[in-house]
Design a protein around this ligand. Structure first.
Ligand code: 5AD
Ligand code: SF4
Length: 444
């Protein structure tokens, strides 16, 4: 009997966790066609670049990567083989035609909503030799067409429950590249979670661009109900969710933080700016005081809650005073961790057209100051953990023998030693050292 030909696929992923989830599902879709994953571009028969469009230089980065890929393709052709190139994700969605024009060696271009059609696209590209461009927002959601079989999921896995965004923050491309808000059905989320757990997953991070806007269409239930239901799955030890909009933190969800032991006491709740004027120009639709109020209510339910955020500095019209308001808010809220970015003009978004764009040098200065403050808070938070006993879910081996890495409830990376493998187990660890980016400890 002839053995099915083995093919190698390399999927390179940029950007958000949603892209990581999508890349993993693309691998699942390709597995039945004989594709196995590789990290080595020289071994690959198919390379998929899963792109992100959220900040600047995404397309320049893509085109220079595609230049390198062209060389690889030529090399492969010389050896008598073929390397098929594909561009996926939000840059494909936003700039599909441009990619087709400028990089004719790319044979498949598809957005975040259509990768369940990969087998069909591959067949078309091979048969017709034409470039396949598929950037629809199909009426049938991709989630209904994903295979039940999964590759290695690890101990901690992402599970997408919601996609797209209707909030239209004035700087953001997501509503244009990922489309309108769509919530997956409760039943299909439950089924995927059970399947994950039966494959050894112990922690699930529910994903959505605006995850707390989740609403099951049939029953109308929101994210808190999903969390409560998933918490009943035996073997599932931890739940998290990201990313939330402050306005969609409803009472149910806030209460869940107080009474659900499996819901980890860590929340990524982007503030973006501490200035009400800038928040309004960003179309965030809440004030700094509203945000403070929400975090206070959350901490009243869960006093251990650690917060994380995203910040944008140098949004059009941001004055020194507006920036100082952001610094003040950071000092008042205090964060265990946070991401901060210089505002970048995204074509097609309202903010790109705003006058009073801030000078690059000013943005850089502000970013440096904000990041120094955030780094200090993160370091303080980690150092304050020394002496405490934290429960750590181990998911990775270290380089040295007997060394293992895991995550604390607050998302900190923790290193510890174990005689036998700790992977997949949640253990109490006495923290002995806290550094800016990680913790060390001993198993209790
Ligand atoms: N410029 C800078 N940062 C941005 N983000 C989104 N759009 C932009 C932009 N145009 C940041 C926001 C968001 C995070 C995912 O990326 O802070 O929360
Ligand atoms: Fe973008 Fe705002 Fe939607 Fe977040 S809430 S994805 S920043 S539009």
């Amino acid at each position: 009997m002839m053995e099915k030909k083995k093919l190698n696929v390399l999927i390179k992923s940029w950007g958000c966790q949603m892209n990581m989830y999508d890349s993993a599902r693309m691998a699942d879709v390709l597995a039945p066609l004989g594709y196995q994953k590789t990290e080595d571009p020289k071994q690959a028969d198919l390379i998929i670049l899963n792109t992100c469009h959220i900040r600047e230089k995404a397309s320049e980065k893509l085109f220079s990567e595609l230049g390198r890929m062209r060389e690889l393709q030529k090399l492969r052709a010389k050896q008598g083989g073929t390397l098929m190139l594909a561009v996926a994700g939000c840059v494909a969605q936003a700039a599909g035609e441009e990619i087709k024009r400028r990089a004719p060696h790319v044979k498949m271009i598809f957005g975040p909503q259509t990768y369940h059609r990969l087998p069909e696209m591959l067949a078309r590209a091979a048969r017709d030799g034409e470039v396949v461009l598929d950037t629809d927002f199909p009426p049938e959601p991709k989630f209904d067409y994903l295979p039940d079989e999964h590759g290695d999921l690890g101990v901690s896995a992402f599970l997408s429950v919601q996609e797209g965004c209707d909030r239209f923050c004035s700087y953001c491309v997501v509503p244009y590249t990922r489309g309108a808000e769509y919530s997956r059905s409760f039943a299909s989320i439950r089924a995927e979670a059970e399947d994950f757990v039966s494959h050894g997953v112990r922690e699930i991070m529910l994903l959505g661009q605006n995850v707390n806007a989740y609403k099951d269409e049939e029953t109308g239930v929101g994210l808190a109900s999903i969390l409560r239901d998933l918490a009943r799955i035996e073997g599932l030890e931890r739940l998290r969710y990201t990313t939330s909009h402050p306005l969609d933190m409803d009472e149910d969800l806030i209460a869940a933080h107080g009474d659900m032991p499996k819901l980890m006491p860590f929340l990524h709740l982007p503030l973006q700016s501490g200035s009400d004027k800038i928040l309004e120009a960003m179309n965030r639709k809440h004030t700094a005081a509203d945000y403070l109020e929400t975090t206070k209510r959350l901490k009243a339910e869960q006093p251990r809650l650690a917060l994380s955020s995203d910040f944008i500095v140098g949004f059009p019209g941001e004055t020194d005073e507006d920036f100082e308001a952001t610094m003040r808010m950071v000092r008042e809220v205090t964060y265990a961790q946070a991401f901060s970015f210089k505002y970048s003009r995204r074509p097609g978004t309202p903010a790109a057209m705003m006058k009073e764009q801030v000078l690059e040098t000013v943005k850089e200065e502000r970013l440096a100051r904000l990041q120094a403050l955030l780094r200090q808070q993160q370091t303080d938070f980690n150092e304050a953990c020394v002496g405490q006993t934290l429960s750590v879910l181990f998911d990775n081996e270290g380089r040295a023998p007997n060394q293992f890495f895991g995550r604390s409830p607050f998302m900190q990376a923790v290193r510890a030693e174990g005689e036998t493998s700790l992977i997949g187990s949640q253990r109490d660890v006495k923290i002995t050292k806290g550094s800016p980016n990680s913790l060390e400890g001993e198993i209790v």
